[in-house]
Design a protein around this ligand. Structure first.
Ligand code: GLU
Length: 474
């Protein structure tokens, strides 16, 4: 069987990272099986469209490297790939169902439907369309259409039918049709509903596997009824577990889940985002392997996606970002850091600094924070300095260290470190406290790359000046 899968986003907003995982799993499944990855834009819910979101969705896919084989922009044999350009098709298939007696016109007003729903709720019944229009005669129907009454087309759901499928991820699932509404296929604006268009398109686009989030499980029986009504083969379904926030509620922007583009702007590498996303449901070893998209194509086994809902844990993203940063060459990392540096950033020792910071960076943004001390005018927080210089021994040590710094003939880290170390050991002074103070004064922050290596990237004069200024201030 040729594997053909699709990612079918609705351009109703910019999806957060959890939604992009669906695209990643589909893409990996396609590539692993030498199949095709198709993008279809599902834009039939006209009220919910958000301008620009289609472009953003495509930008997200490009950013993480999920290139498609067929879509509105690269073409393909099964287009158009945007649902709003396929309206005639849907109408044709809806008419076929009406002719077969499996669908019907419904002229009920929204007010009536609300009334019915309220009544049912009052009686403790599940709200469902009461089939008021099911038995309209052909003549009645024609007349109402002629009068210009707005209508929808509904599917006649078979009564009391068990609908089963063997889900690739969830295992065997059975849902009884008793709980299903006579769903709308074509809305009063002439657009199809998601549930209708998705079936027509998956069939016409020869989709072999429908792989999507578990939130669509309850829609799948409606889809299967439609496949059966048309006499079409039913594709294989797989529903990915739902990603939860740390509070176990469905992951949302409220949990701080952002889009891939937001994370990239915050200094996360697309490679790390992919590595993080793949473990939101898929399992491999202890789920911490640092893997590239290329390696993932080989390794990705859809049967290793578990049903258990994964928890979104930002510390895992940080871990993968740190690891992917470490795996870059200095040259690659420098290039990636540059967009996060201000225009006036002094780049003299960039490669050396990148080397010093590389093992300490969580995001690309960290580099600037860690190396702000390279600005000749950089200053630490005076209150912090005061705090660190409370101990007279620290002050005494700094006076001596300043002396060592001005007298060493070689301006290089080892010599200075050895001399300072000797001074501290000889006097039995508190090393941690003294290094902390020196770090803060010279490198302006308590967290920095290695002290002496960084210090010697500054001029001797600046280092002496910073120590003197600090001593003067107390
Ligand atoms: N358009 C649906 C969405 O945005 C796709 C659902 C499906 O994959 O069938 O989530």
């Amino acid at each position: 069987m040729t594997v053909r899968v699709r990612f079918a986003p609705s351009p109703t907003g910019i999806p957060h990272i959890g939604n992009t995982r669906t695209a990643l799993f589909n893409w990996l499944f396609a590539k692993h099986n030498h199949g095709k990855f198709i993008i279809r834009i599902e834009d039939t819910d006209r009220k919910r469209l958000v301008a620009n979101s289609q472009a953003k969705i495509m930008e997200i896919l490009d950013t993480v490297g999920l290139r498609e084989d067929e879509s509105f922009r690269v073409g393909g044999d099964y287009g158009p790939y945007i649902q709003s350009q396929r309206l005639d098709l849907y109408r044709k298939y809806a008419d076929q169902l009406i002719d077969q007696g499996q669908a019907y016109y419904c002229f009920c007003s929204p007010e009536r439907l609300t009334q019915v729903r309220k009544q049912q709720q009052k009686q403790g019944l599940m709200p469902k369309y009461d089939r008021h229009c099911l038995n309209l005669t052909k003549t009645d129907t024609k007349q109402k259409i002629k009068q210009g009454l707005p209508y929808v087309i509904r599917l006649k759901i078979p009564d009391e039918l068990d609908i089963s499928w063997n889900d690739l991820i969830q295992g065997p699932v059975t849902i009884n049709s008793q709980n299903l509404d006579d769903q709308v296929l074509i809305k009063s604006d002439g657009y199809p509903t998601y549930n209708f268009a998705v079936v027509i398109d998956d069939y016409l686009m020869k989709i072999s596997h429908v792989l999507r989030g578990a939130e669509f499980i309850s829609s799948t029986p409606k889809h299967i009824i439609l496949y059966k009504a048309f006499g079409w083969p039913v594709p294989i379904f797989g529903h990915f577990p739902i990603i939860l926030g740390p509070d176990k509620a469905k992951l949302s922007k409220r949990h701080g889940a952002k889009s891939v583009l937001d994370y990239v702007a915050e200094g996360y590498l697309p490679e790390a985002l992919v590595n993080f996303m793949v473990f939101l449901g898929w399992h491999y070893q202890d789920n911490s392997a640092v893997l590239s998209l290329k390696q993932l194509i080989d390794l990705f086994d859809i049967t290793k996606v578990r049903k258990t809902n994964p928890i979104f844990d930002i510390s895992k993203l940080n871990y993968f970002n740190k690891e992917h940063i470490k795996s870059l060459t200095i040259g690659q990392l420098s290039q990636k850091i540059k967009p996060f540096l201000p225009h006036d950033y002094p780049e003299t020792n960039l490669a050396k600094l990148v080397g010093l910071c590389q093992p300490r960076m969580v995001t690309l943004k960290d580099f600037f924070l860690l190396t702000k001390f390279v600005y000749p005018t950089a200053k630490p927080d005076p209150a912090e300095v005061k705090k660190r210089l409370k101990d007279p021994i620290v002050i005494k040590a700094l006076v001596k260290i300043r002396e060592i710094i001005s007298q060493t003939d070689k301006w290089e880290p080892q010599t200075i470190e050895e001399n300072v170390q000797k001074l501290i050991t000889d006097h039995n002074w508190p090393k941690g406290k003294i290094y902390m103070a020196l770090r803060l004064i010279v490198l302006i922050r308590p967290v920095t790359p290695p002290l002496f290596e960084s210090m010697t990237l500054l001029s001797r004069q600046i280092v002496i000046q910073r120590i003197s200024q600090a001593l003067k201030a107390v």
